[in-house]
Design a protein around this ligand. Structure first.
Ligand code: SAM
Length: 362
């Protein structure tokens, strides 16, 4: 991985943006962290996600699918569409709990193979496309859907900028004569100007933040897809007032390896996950300019508690069996503010069927 980056850096004497480095470190087909195939997530992996907690999360999302289908008037051609399906675990949990057809957006063929193996029992109900643009418009022009992605946005490449006290500067990656990687400041590339204009300037010199251009591009692509219904973005993230607190002065970019987390993001590239908090305030602002409406935005604890309410009510007055005990433990992990309930959030966007409601302009 390092030799690959060093040869790229030799061709770019001014340095590479961190987004380019992160793209290679995570997604290079052979040497990237996510490249060769789905890694274990959960106790035996590098980090936990809501999916890895157990099947309850998928069951609750199946309930959300049902609610969305009803809200849209029970259309017969309703689909669930998932991106970042990883090893197919969430798809399996959802398919187990509801009858809808399922479309997986998966560009990586090794991941598709792993997903096809896991979901072999649902072969007739699942199909794959390699990008959102590949979703073919149905004869009626737009497909009713629940779109889901769990922890996709936190894994998309980010640019880094730092407040000098006078201006925002971009942090680029360079290599020294011994091949050691380091950050150097430079004038921000033109693509960052629009996002930089939204950043505050009352910060202490040195305050660092990530700029999520890839997430913005992704949202634009999703907003123009031939589907209507609910777009559900579940991830950990922050609102603007949390991002710019003095205790976040080093930004939120981190690397994960075997459940250890630190900010030495230029080390062991390709062997560690790299991730940053989703800037929900900016994502919501971008969504609104694209014609998407916020249906709800809340902490995972509150969101999943609402979805789980009928199930929890049905347990009242019964002593739970072993299987129910296991599900209740999953519920606790997913919703407790000290575990995943507060740091994880769910943004549900409403995408209308009206052609032309979505602007393709940035
Ligand atoms: C943090 S993992 C989350 C996996 C899973 N959704 C979960 O919650 O357990 C990030 C995932 O995003 C996937 N990913 C990144 N970019 C993608 C893209 N453009 N299309 C589909 N998946 C993508 C990676 O392959 C990886 O599986």
């Amino acid at each position: 991985m390092l030799s690959l980056l060093l040869s790229r850096l030799r061709d770019s004497p001014e340095g590479l943006s961190f987004a380019e480095v992160m793209q290679i470190a995570l997604y290079h087909p052979e040497q990237g962290y996510y490249g060769p195939g789905p890694r274990r997530i959960g106790r035996a992996g590098d980090f936990y996600t809501a999916v890895s907690v157990g099947p309850l999360y998928g069951r609750l999302l199946a309930k959300l699918a049902h609610q969305t289908w009803e809200r849209l008037g029970s259309p017969p051609d309703f689909i669930i569409m998932e991106q970042a399906a990883h090893d197919g675990q969430l798809a399996q949990d959802i398919l187990d709990a509801c009858p809808f057809p399922y479309v997986i957006v998966e560009p990586n063929s090794s991941y598709q193979t792993a997903q096809r193996q896991r979901l072999a029992a649902y072969a007739g109900r699942v199909r794959w496309i390699s990008s959102i643009q590949e979703l073919a418009p149905p004869a009626q022009g737009s497909q009713p859907a629940l779109f889901l992605c769990n922890e996709l946005l936190d894994a998309l490449p980010v640019y880094l900028v730092r407040w000098s006290g006078k201006e925002w500067q971009e942090l680029k990656v360079r290599a020294d004569a011994q091949g050691g990687l380091f950050f150097a400041t430079s004038r921000p590339c033109a693509a960052l100007h629009e996002e930089i204009a939204h950043l505050p300037t009352h910060l202490q010199p040195g305050h660092q933040v990530e700029i999520h251009l890839a997430a913005k591009d992704w949202l634009r692509e999703l907003a123009s897809a031939p589907l209507y219904g609910t777009l559900c973005i579940a991830d950990y993230g922050l609102d603007d007032e949390e991002f710019f607190l003095p205790e976040r002065a080093h930004g939120t970019l981190r690397r994960y390896h075997q459940h250890q987390m630190d900010d030495r993001v230029l080390q062991q590239l390709g062997q560690c996950d790299l991730t940053s908090h989703v800037p929900f305030t900016r994502i919501i602002a971008t969504a609104e300019t694209l014609g998407l409406k916020v249906q709800s935005y809340e902490h995972q604890g509150r969101w999943l508690s609402r979805l789980a309410l009928p199930w929890l009510a049905s347990l009242e007055g019964h002593s739970p069996d072993t299987a129910t005990h296991a599900l209740l433990r999953q519920f606790q992990a997913l919703t407790h503010p000290g575990i995943m309930g507060r740091s994880f959030r769910a943004l549900l966007l409403e995408k209308s069927a009206t052609p032309g409601a979505v602007s393709l302009e940035p």
